[in-house]
Ligand binder design. Structure first.
Ligand code: NAD
Length: 368
């Protein structure tokens, strides 16, 4: 029998989820969508509601995909779980540790499954790298760095009221470079270290900056020390000269690995030898359907495996407001919705932070 799927939040990234359900006609049927802004066109037979509450009252669904603003994740996911559905919840799953604990309790109480949309965790490239690290093939692990050099224009921050906010109407949002657009970097680094659990983090040091006129950080270094003792440095910006593939770099005594998680490509550098291969990725919704059919099939990213990541979100939520990067170090390019800041030499400072597993202030970035 086909699994009855509903999608909450169908514009933005939600449009990809709608297409993804339609891509699985042998396994799933898109029965309804919930969005306060109804979509222009949908396949016939799909019911449209302006809230998930109304959808769940009117329709029986097996799985709800939630791709809505961060601050709505916990109430919507709890509602879907309590209605008896399994959930695919977009990242970042929650905006605080308290919310993480709240949703953990609902998952335990309902016994339903909740997969989180960290798709890099279902990449064979990520999992192969984790395996060779565990086998000692990279030697002793000195640390892991997560590098993101992205370019986001005014259009990105203007698309929704929650974009670039730390809070909205007193509710935590924490939509910064580390916690949202480049969240996969931190989550993948934690997975590689085997430190995904809520108790796997010893400390989180944050240095948050911004060039955009937003509340949140757009140019940051964060150093996570896991309870295994691994330093993980996240060095990211949304104010780069050009938009580049994000990477997670593992620094080992016997070699270095570079994971390009958005393309599932893994590079291994050992001595003068470099190999590169692009692997497959399992779709997170398909994996959730497999898990529903046979609970022995593990989820790639179960909610509890985002506890370590949520510790980082919590540290950023509680950190002082991001420091404004001085105007002299920022060049503005483009017009209107294409306008965007470029932070001087930000790529070079990110590379140094990543190589040295250091924060911007420790490598001497001029804004820090
Ligand atoms: N996994 C990924 O690679 C990836 C990529 C992009 C975005 N995301 C995540 O997807 C989520 C949505 O991001 P976005 O950029 O598409 O946001 P967006 O604001 O552009 O779109 C959100 C959608 O949700 C709808 N919505 C708002 N409140 C709602 C509610 N209460 N009930 C139902 N629908 C509601 C909006 O009308 C809109 O259609 C975020 O959690 C984001 O981090 C994940």
């Amino acid at each position: 029998m086909l699994t009855r799927v509903a999608v909450a939040g169908v514009h933005g990234h939600g449009a990809t989820h709608v297409q993804n359900v339609l891509r699985l006609p042998d396994r799933a049927r898109l029965v309804a969508i919930a969005d306060p802004r109804p979509p222009a066109d949908l396949p016939s037979g799909v019911e449209v509601f302006d809230s998930l509450d109304k959808l769940l009252t009117a329709t029986i669904v097996d799985v709800v995909v939630i791709s809505t603003p961060i601050q709505t994740h916990v109430p919507l996911a709890a509602m879907a779980l309590r209605a008896g559905a399994d959930v695919l919840l977009e990242k970042p799953p929650t905006a605080s540790l308290a919310e993480f604990e709240q949703l953990s309790a609902v998952i335990a109480e309902t016994g339903r499954a909740c997969q989180v949309g960290f798709q890099a965790q279902a990449s064979e490239a990520t999992l192969h790298l984790a395996k060779i690290m565990a086998e000692g093939k990279l030697g002793e692990i000195r640390g892991i760095s997560a590098v993101g050099k992205w370019l986001r224009t005014a259009r990105y921050f203007d698309r929704a009221p929650w974009a670039g906010r730390r809070t909205l109407n007193g509710v935590a949002v924490v939509d910064g470079a580390v916690t949202n657009p480049l969240a996969h970097s931190t989550a993948a680094a934690l997975l590689l270290d085997g430190s995904t659990g809520v108790d796997d983090i010893r400390s989180v040091e944050t240095e948050l900056f911004r060039a955009n006129g937003i509340e949140s950080d757009d140019t940051s270094t964060v150093r996570i020390t896991t309870t295994r003792g691994t330093p993980i440095v996240v060095a990211v910006t949304l104010c780069a000269t050009e938009h580049l593939d994000p990477t997670v770099i593992v620094h080992g005594s016997e070699g270095r690995a570079v994971l390009h998680y958005s393309t599932d490509t893994l590079e291994l550098h050992q001595g003068s030898c470099m190999t590169s291969k692009t692997l497959e990725r399992t779709d997170l919704l398909s994996n959730l359907l497999d898990h529903r059919a046979d609970p022995a099939v593990p989820l790639y990213c179960p909610f509890d495996a985002t506890g370590g990541f949520t510790r980082v979100v919590e540290a950023i939520r509680l950190a002082p407001e991001p420091v404004v990067i001085p105007e002299a170090l920022v060049r503005w390019e483009g017009e209107g919705p294409d306008r965007h800041p470029v932070v001087a030499d930000v790529e070079q400072w990110i590379d140094r932070a990543a190589d040295e597993l250091a924060l911007f202030s420790e490598v001497g970035a001029p804004w820090a």
